[in-house]
Design a protein around this ligand. Structure first.
Ligand code: CMC
Length: 376
């Protein structure tokens, strides 16, 4: 066999430089444009954080107001896209989101313009439109009318409003906002890599975001939050946690919400969500879900020695659940938060583009003789 090195899964392979986010997986540190996620999660808003990501610096008041106004002005969907959502309503919400994002390319004035300015405009529009897609679909599939966006509400607050039809408790809106901040950007994760591969062929942002949504859907990536909540429901009571995990592990199963390709310490995003999940459970009179997850985390403690620690998805599902959000919308919420991150990654790719085209080592048969079909 040829002597070549294969980097399966591209583990630890650096494919380019980035100025967008920094992850130190050994200590569990995450920075967006140099700013610590702990500061952004506790002091910033989603609007301000994504301004930082998209424009590389924190906005002043005037810049933030103008940016926020642009987001609010772009929330509505063309009637045709609402029809697409209606036609595909039986699909998983991520499939509907993927299809609707793709369909939006037909109505965007900048679709095939790959300049930095146009890509930024499209990223802002898609960020605004995605929450309307997710909320509209959630209602349409229940036979309800979609609720038009309310431009007097923040991004997070408006999402909950469009989903439930009433203005949310500001504490719930704040949690949603923080959750979006925590999901906004994360280096060259699988979906951002997918978006970059698409951009590297000089396809446009709608193609790249459609790719990102598709890649995010899997349970190894964005789908874990939904799986964690399913696990908590199955466990049912904290006293069953140890037996459940032991049984799962004896069958070779993985505990969802644990493990990460880069973090070998606790994912710093999960720490914020852990406190929030606990407090929200108490506030909603349902502290049991947090207790179950806490019990699972306790059983998983020994795994931390092998670098398998809780990740962002471990507590996010419980928060969405306690906010009454249907389980199959969990990944879509991750996607809504991540669109600015995909946009930044695509802009970086365009800025210094090289076709992303690795190679595979062929290990099949060679020079096989072709036998005509009637002689086989
Ligand atoms: N439970 C139990 N064992 C695990 C887990 C887990 N959740 N994750 C990894 N391991 C073990 C795995 O079995 C393997 O053991 P061994 O070496 O004995 O075969 C070892 O850890 C290394 O695993 P790996 O598959 O080589 O690691 P990876 O970097 O390819 O996988 C991962 C990363 C996230 C796919 C994986 O940890 C996993 O499947 N976790 C559960 C799903 C999950 O929570 N995903 C969300 C990730 S964070 C949000 C996001 O970025 O989307």
């Amino acid at each position: 066999e040829q002597k070549v090195q294969i980097h399966r899964g591209l583990r630890d392979v650096l494919i380019d430089r980035t100025r967008s986010s920094f992850i130190d997986g050994d200590v569990g540190k995450l920075l967006y444009r140099g700013y610590n996620i702990d500061d952004l999660a506790t002091k910033s808003t989603f609007e301000e954080t994504i301004y930082l990501l998209l424009y590389s610096e924190l906005p002043n008041r005037e810049q933030l107001d103008a940016f926020d106004a642009e987001l609010r002005a772009n929330r509505a969907l063309p009637e045709e896209v609402l029809s697409v959502i209606s036609i595909t309503q039986k699909s998983h919400p991520m499939d509907v989101l993927r299809t609707a994002v793709s369909a939006l390319s037909a109505f965007d004035p900048d679709t095939e313009d790959n300049s930095a300015e146009a890509t930024l405009r499209k990223g802002i529009r898609l960020t605004a439109q995605a929450s309307t897609i997710v909320a509209a679909h959630a209602r349409i599939r229940e036979g309800k009318q979609p609720i038009a966006p309310n431009s007097s509400l923040s991004h997070a607050s408006n999402f909950l409003y469009m989903l439930f039809g009433e203005e949310p408790d500001p504490r719930d809106a704040k949690l949603m906002d923080k959750d979006f901040i925590l999901h906004a950007e994360h280096g060259i994760n699988a979906s951002s890599f997918g978006a970059r591969v698409t951009a590297s062929t000089q396809a446009d942002l709608h193609c790249a975001v459609t790719t990102g949504v598709g890649v995010l859907k899997g349970p190894s990536h964005g789908g874990a939050a939904e799986e964690v909540m399913k696990m908590a429901l199955e466990i049912g009571d904290e006293s069953n946690a140890a037996a459940y995990v032991a049984d799962l592990r004896s069958k070779g199963g993985r505990v969802m919400g644990f493990g990460h390709r880069v973090y070998k310490a606790v994912d710093p995003r999960s720490i914020h969500l852990m406190d929030d999940a606990r407090d929200l459970g108490v506030r909603k009179g349902q502290p049991g879900w947090y207790s179950i997850l806490e019990a699972v985390a306790k059983v998983m403690e020994p795994y931390s020695r092998r670098g398998i620690c809780q990740n962002v998805d471990f507590f996010s599902g419980a928060i969405y659940y306690l906010l009454d959000i249907p389980e199959d919308l969990f990944i879509s919420i991750f996607a809504m938060g991540r669109i600015p991150g995909w946009t930044v990654q695509v802009m970086e790719q365009f800025d210094n583009n090289i076709l992303l085209r690795p190679r595979l080592l062929y290990v099949g048969e060679m020079d096989v003789e072709y036998v005509p079909i009637d002689q086989r």
